[in-house]
Design a binder for this molecule. Structure first.
Ligand code: SAH
Ligand code: SF4
Length: 414
């Protein structure tokens, strides 16, 4: 993949890297690519197309991990597939369950890089927080992931693989014989604001895990296409949110080529403060960023931009900051809501979280101006669920501790 020149160059592996035994992992590949691989492996074009369609459905819609389970494929054909291809998942290094229901996984790529995924159940939805990179090249001062050296972009397979792993863990693949509700269309399957009509736990996806998704644009787009494909994971684009720290040149393309909801990590309303806490602001300033928000394709009162705003004591949390936030949103005529995020401290962080009273007052000022500004409840604090924290916590654990946790996990499952 070529990253456009204006974007910081980041090493990206090729989309197809065969395993050591020569087999190719199909997860992350679109139907067309699977067709091409089947043809290259000797099937005639018509057979390749038909098999790719069947395999695609089994992989992404039904979540099977074994070619033998693909019952509409001839018995003799299944070993042919099994000797050439594999159905991969990221490896689970550690999984933790918080007392508030939040679940967090430390995952590992086939070449040994660790990254995180978090599942947050709420009364009316279940949100999976997905990573786009191992580490992050940006260095937001309050973010723990920002302190890690970026190792690499995640591939489409590693990104969509997180959603698939979550469905595995939650036991949420449609079973044979079960009515296929995705065929009923978006409105029935994804009634906005409530659990999906088929009673699934995993209803929403946010690209808010480790990394900056717009610095890994092609892979994030290709993965989300598989998530949104009606014959794939079949999640509505209205239930997917991509969060960016403000990679302005890629925002229009995100709207046009992916079309999901946009969240922007604003965090400050003046150049000085944003330059300090979100350093990409020095490259793409506030005016440019807010104009790109105003130009984001598909915005309306029903589809608002979310501004994320982490509450940092005496840094960005004054009444004046709140009023300036309102002024900017109105100046750019943005259909927007604001998510106020209490800062989640980590060892070595130089900031503190604003007091609950301060956060409440900030929220009121924005709310009184007619803009929704809920305070996000911190979740999973007992399991270091904030971005980047589990990876570091695990790195500090001894091998013996990790083994013990893995045993406990096995015991809990069994
Ligand atoms: N890189 C993207 C997406 C990942 S970060 C972005 O910056 O938008 C997801 C969100 O978590 C961002 O809004 C980020 O600012 C927030 N975040 C990071 N560290 C945090 C912390 N310690 N406490 C609270 N929020 C944090
Ligand atoms: Fe990267 Fe987002 Fe963290 Fe900033 S907040 S360092 S962009 S992951």
């Amino acid at each position: 993949m070529q990253i456009p020149g204006i974007i910081d160059p980041i090493p990206t592996p090729r989309d197809i890297t065969p395993r050591e035994d020569g087999r190719v992992d199909l997860i992350g590949l679109p139907k067309q690519r699977i067709t091409e691989l089947f043809e290259a492996a000797g099937l005639d074009p018509k057979a390749a197309k038909l098999r790719a369609k069947q395999v695609f459905h089994w992989l992404y819609h039904r979540g099977v991990m074994d070619f033998e389970a693909m019952t509409d494929i001839a018995k003799t054909m299944r070993p042919w597939l099994g000797t050439r291809f594999v159905i991969g998942r990221p490896e689970i290094v550690l999984s933790q369950h918080s007392s508030d229901g939040t679940r967090k996984w430390l995952l590992k790529t086939a070449d040994g890089h660790e990254f995180e995924m978090v599942f947050i159940p709420d009364a009316d939805r279940g949100t999976l927080c997905v990573s786009s990179q191992v580490g992050c090249t940006l260095n937001c001062r309050f973010c723990h992931t920002g302190t890690m050296r970026l190792v690499r972009n995640l591939t489409p397979g590693e990104i969509v693989g997180q959603v698939m792993l979550a469905r595995d863990a939650l036991g949420e693949w449609p079973r044979a014989g079960q009515a296929d509700l995705s065929a009923l269309g978006d409105d029935l399957v994804d009634d906005e604001g409530g659990y999906s009509a088929d009673g699934r736990l995993l209803t929403n996806i946010v690209m808010m895990g480790m990394g900056e998704p717009l610095y890994n644009f092609d892979n994030v787009r290709d993965a989300l296409k598989l998530v949104m494909d009606g014959d794939g994971l079949a999640l509505s684009k209205r239930r997917i949110t991509l969060s960016t720290s403000g990679v302005v040149p890629m925002m229009a393309r995100a709207g046009e080529e992916i079309g999901v909801n946009l969240a922007v990590s604003l965090h400050a309303v003046s150049k000085d403060v944003r330059d300090e806490i979100v350093p990409i602001n020095r490259k793409y300033g506030l005016e440019e960023l807010l104009q790109a928000c105003a130009d984001y394709p598909g915005l309306s009162n029903a589809r608002r931009i979310t501004f994320e705003y982490v509450m940092l004591k005496d840094k960005n949390d004054s009444d004046q900051d709140a009023r300036e936030l309102v002024r900017l949103i109105k100046q750019y005529k943005l259909p927007a809501k604001v998510n106020l995020i209490p800062f989640n401290p980590w060892p070595g962080a130089i900031y503190e979280c604003s007091s609950p009273e301060r956060i409440r007052r900030f929220s009121e000022i924005v709310f009184e101006a007619g803009i929704s500004a809920p305070v996000r409840t911190p979740r999973g604090r007992d399991i270091d669920a904030a971005c980047g924290q589990l990876k570091t916590a695990a790195q500090k654990m001894s091998r013996a501790e990790l083994d013990r946790l893995a045993d406990e996990k096995q015991a809990a499952l069994g």
